[in-house]
Write a protein of this length. Structure first.
Length: 120
């Protein structure tokens, strides 16, 4: 179960999306600036239907992120990619947005550590 965190260019979290419903239904999630997208990012550098998170029917991983023929592409570590396996900690850039994928257990552990640290 993953959470998608959309961050600004400097890495500041802007929006969070729980992907568990899509995962349980094995449903494709489209990211772009069009109104019919599941996740909307309003930026002229983002294509109307930029990329999708979808079940991996061919590989070892359960989920992939795939470029949908966007103008500016999907980048991972500064390199344009057609698709990538989604794993805990994956970061990809589309336009000015940084997309980070976190496993639910990673988020829970970080929240607990932060609360314990604040309680000192």
């Amino acid at each position: 179960m993953y959470e998608l965190v959309i961050c600004s260019t400097d890495g500041k979290p802007l929006k969070r999306f729980d992907l568990s419903r899509a995962e349980s239904a094995r449903r494709r999630i489209v990211i772009g600036r069009a109104e019919d997208c599941d996740v909307r990012i309003s930026s002229p550098a983002i294509s109307r239907h930029h990329c999708a998170i979808e079940p991996d029917t061919d590989g070892d991983e359960e989920w992939i992120i795939r470029d949908l023929g966007s103008t500016h592409g999907v980048e991972m570590e500064g390199v344009k990619i057609a698709q990538a396996d989604i794993k805990d900690g994956l970061e990809v850039r589309i336009g000015p947005a940084l997309l980070k994928f976190q496993a639910a257990h990673t988020r829970v552990a970080a929240d607990v550590a932060r609360e314990v640290g604040e309680g000192r």
